[in-house]
Design a protein around this ligand. Structure first.
Ligand SMILES: NC(=O)c1ccc[n+]([C@@H]2O[C@H](COP(=O)([O-])OP(=O)(O)OC[C@H]3O[C@@H](n4cnc5c(N)ncnc54)[C@H](O)[C@@H]3O)[C@@H](O)[C@H]2O)c1
Length: 278
């Protein structure tokens, strides 16, 4: 028996990374899935992977910045599979990067549209259907950048922080309908969003990202899919309004990076003007 037998899910950003891994995980647990993305080719490939796992799955091309597209994705779930139990607002971009005074107002707005407004729309259009199903689960991908700001990624950090708060607010509104609203705050996960621009791509990122948190390996999309499965399944029946951190310990304060230049051999690190006794 699968943990999601009989349940129907919509996943945004399902052509790649965490969304794709989650679609495949949900498929193996018995869910029927509407995979949505801007990227039709990647989306159809992911649909084939879900079908190979024995699931009913369809692709719906969706731009999450379009209100009509998000509504259409929810409608597709009810038309195709008869109901909706799980809405996973996950699509994302790094968006406006760089020093704040160089960020254009237009790029700031675009970042907010993909990372925040789309989550609002996903909630708005899924809630009536989840209510009809007698309850359900809304999951959104926030970030550890939504818990502590990341420099040169200000629009992104602000949008993700807002997703954490939106999650709490909406959880309060719909709890009595047995609709849970949670978000996931991933740390550094090796996906195309972070590895496509770096020399050496995925392999190089795997090495670099192993040093970014206490647990010495990069995050993988499957780490996030495991948390999404918990939040989608009945096992999380009493969990709502939560920001679930899945980050190998990064949000503890990035211990390994902070140790750079400090002794880590148990000796006392005195005033910085004194030279360390080594
Ligand atoms: N990778 C990380 O380290 C990391 C860390 C924290 C949070 N996140 C968040 O995780 C989520 C998933 O990202 P990922 O790392 O799997 O990246 P990814 O690039 O592999 O996947 C994101 C998907 O979203 C799609 N997308 C982008 N804009 C869209 C739009 N307007 N409409 C529809 N689809 C769109 C892309 O085509 C892509 O398939 C994002 O919300 C991202 O901000 C990523």
């Amino acid at each position: 028996m699968g943990k999601l037998d009989g349940k129907v899910a919509v996943i945004t950003g399902a052509a790649s990374g965490m969304g794709r891994a989650t679609a495949i995980r949900f498929a193996k647990e018995g869910a029927a899935i509407v995979l949505t993305d801007l990227n039709a080719r990647g989306g159809e490939t992911a649909v084939a992977e879900c079908a190979a796992a024995g699931a009913r799955a369809v692709f719906q091309r969706t731009d999450v910045t379009s209100e009509a597209d998000i509504k259409a994705a929810v409608d597709r779930a009810t038309r195709e599979f008869g109901r909706l139990d799980i809405m996973y607002n996950n699509a994302g971009v790094a968006g406006a990067t760089g020093a704040i005074e160089k960020v254009s107002a237009q790029d700031f707005d675009k970042t907010i549209a993909v990372l925040l407004r789309a989550v609002f729309l996903g909630m708005k259009y899924s809630i009536p259907e989840l209510r009809k199903a007698g309850g359900g689960s809304i999951i959104s991908t926030a970030s550890v950048a939504g818990l502590r700001g990341v420099g040169y990624l200000a629009a992104y950090s602000a949008a993700k922080a807002a997703v954490v708060n939106l999650t709490e607010a909406v959880a309060i509104e719909v709890g009595h309908d047995r609709i849970r609203v949670n978000c996931i705050c991933p740390g550094g996960v090796n996906t195309p969003l972070v590895n496509r621009g770096i020399p050496g791509g995925e392999e190089a990122a795997e090495k670099n990202m192993a040093r970014m948190q206490p647990i010495p390996r990069a995050g993988h999309p499957e780490d996030i899919a495991n948390m999404a499965l918990f939040l989608a399944s009945d096992e999380s029946e009493w969990v709502t309004g939560a920001a679930m951190v899945v980050d190998g310990g990064m949000n503890t304060g990035n211990v390994r990076i902070r140790l750079g230049g400090l002794p880590n051999d148990g000796t006392f690190s005195g005033p910085s003007f004194e030279r360390p006794e080594r």
